[in-house]
Design a protein around this ligand. Structure first.
Ligand code: FAD
Length: 412
């Protein structure tokens, strides 16, 4: 019995048995096509359909939205989503495609949406029937998010939206977007209001989505243009002028601190050390890689470097466990706020060592039949840079930790 299982409450223990039993007969067969390394890189409708079918079947079985209230489509359990996540990982299931919705839109609606919006939207987020994207970044508003210029003008009972968002992951599949807009140009922070807007149903009627190509040659994120898109006032989250506060709720969840204030909506919503591309998979790679007539696993320097990454990964997992212990940290966000920074840099360092182990073969990419591990590691390395930028760059995360947690002087 694992350490986690020993600490299960009676409800968690019987739920774990249920999950294990259901998963023993319902993990989908691998598709005939390649799946991307994360939901943020889904490129084709075929990939999206396969992953949506999986999310829907897991939801129907009660493995998504476990801890969400029944009136919002959840199953009203207590601290059981983590159990479902552990069991899905153990069973080797695919990830869920609706990551932005599960990780950010659902909790933002949960805290700031009207009852009507929560009841209408959260169930279809949990089931994966409606995919969501996040419209925060703009060409001149990334780290300086409060500089967003996409303008929402009140016209009678409606709002008319004009402007441009950029780097919008999953927008090409999204039915809905959470969006931060400016309604008043005279005040940087109080001039912001937060809405939800339709994407798919408004394509060509006020919304235009244009995919951007990454250095991997793949897409994943997009530019989204709004031209006189009219939405009802009921699509506003919280009060006019409270957009910045609502955006902070979204970012808190995006950066890994959500579980402190909201039930987790669904599994595998963010980067975790339990991905396929973790430090332990380097051991396997090293055993299969030639190095001067032996394998890379026989090289003491490589062994040492793999071990130091395994230790960092283990330390990260233990820190996550500590963050669940109430009162352990003097600042409630001390550990959770480190999560995104520590994990994204660890993932990058793991992928970098994989490329060193592969040596010259690391130049063979995913389409090459001779590429070690199907070219997954060079792809993971290139994608890892997105991880250190998205949701706030590593520099910005260090500023936040320095200023808000350690109480250092504010950066200029
Ligand atoms: C893979 C990926 C997916 C994304 N998905 C989405 C999405 O779905 N929706 C969305 O809205 N956005 C998304 N983004 C955008 C992301 O949030 C921004 O790229 C990020 O916030 C940085 O903004 P920027 O690109 O404008 O860079 P800038 O803010 O222009 O930063 C440029 C450089 O300056 C540094 N810098 C800036 N300010 C400071 C400071 N105060 N102190 C120290 N250094 C600083 C940064 O660290 C960076 O190195 C995504 C990005 C990536 C890479």
């Amino acid at each position: 019995m694992s350490e986690n299982e020993q600490k299960d409450s009676p409800e968690q223990s019987s739920f774990r048995k249920y999950c294990r039993n259901w998963l023993s007969g319902h993990v989908p067969l691998p598709p005939a096509f390649r799946l991307p390394q994360s939901a943020m890189e889904i490129m084709t409708q075929e990939q999206m359909d396969y992953l949506c079918r999986w999310q829907k079947s897991a939801y129907d079985a009660g493995l998504v939205g476990c801890d969400y209230p029944g009136e919002y489509g959840g199953f009203g359990r207590t601290n059981c989503q983590r159990i479902a996540n552990e069991e899905m990982h153990r069973a080797g299931t695919p990830y869920f495609p609706n990551v932005i919705a599960l990780g950010m839109a659902a909790p933002t609606l949960f805290h700031h949406g009207s009852e009507e919006l929560k009841k209408r939207f959260i169930p279809k987020i949990l089931s994966g029937e409606e995919i969501w994207c996040q419209g925060f970044s703009e060409p001149d508003a990334g780290s300086d998010l409060a500089n967003v210029q996409t303008f929402a003008e009140k016209k009678g009972d409606n709002w008319v939206i004009n402007g441009q968002k950029i780097w919008t992951s999953l927008a090409m599949f999204a039915s809905w977007m959470i969006i931060l807009c400016r309604h008043d140009r005279s005040d940087k922070y109080k001039g912001l209001t937060y809405f939800i807007v339709p994407i798919k149903s408004a394509l060509g009627k006020g919304v235009d989505v244009r995919p951007l190509i990454k250095m991997t040659g793949e897409t994943g994120f997009n530019e989204v243009f709004f031209t006189d898109l009219e939405i009802p006032d009921s699509y506003r989250l919280d009060k006019v002028g409270n957009g910045w506060q609502v955006a902070m709720t979204t970012l808190l969840h995006e950066r890994g601190a959500g579980p402190l204030i909201t039930p987790t909506a669904g599994g595998q919503t963010s980067r975790s050390s339990e991905t396929t591309y973790n430090a332990m998979t380097l051991v396997d790679l090293a055993k299969k890689s030639d190095r001067l007539g032996k394998t890379a696993a026989d090289d003491p320097v490589i062994r040492d470097r793999i071990m130091s990454l395994v230790i960092r990964q283990r330390g990260f997992m233990e820190s996550l466990r500590r963050s669940r212990v109430k009162g352990l940290a003097d600042h409630p966000m001390r550990i959770p706020l480190q999560g995104k920074l520590v994990m994204s840099e660890l993932v990058q360092d793991i992928a970098a060592l994989a490329l060193e182990i592969e040596g010259a073969s690391a130049t063979l990419f995913i389409a090459d039949a001779n590429a070690p591990a199907g070219g997954a590691w060079p792809l993971a390395y290139m994608n890892s840079f997105g991880g250190t930028i998205a949701a706030g760059t590593s520099e910005v995360q260090r500023n936040i930790l320095g200023e808000r947690v350690l109480g250092l002087a504010k950066s200029k």
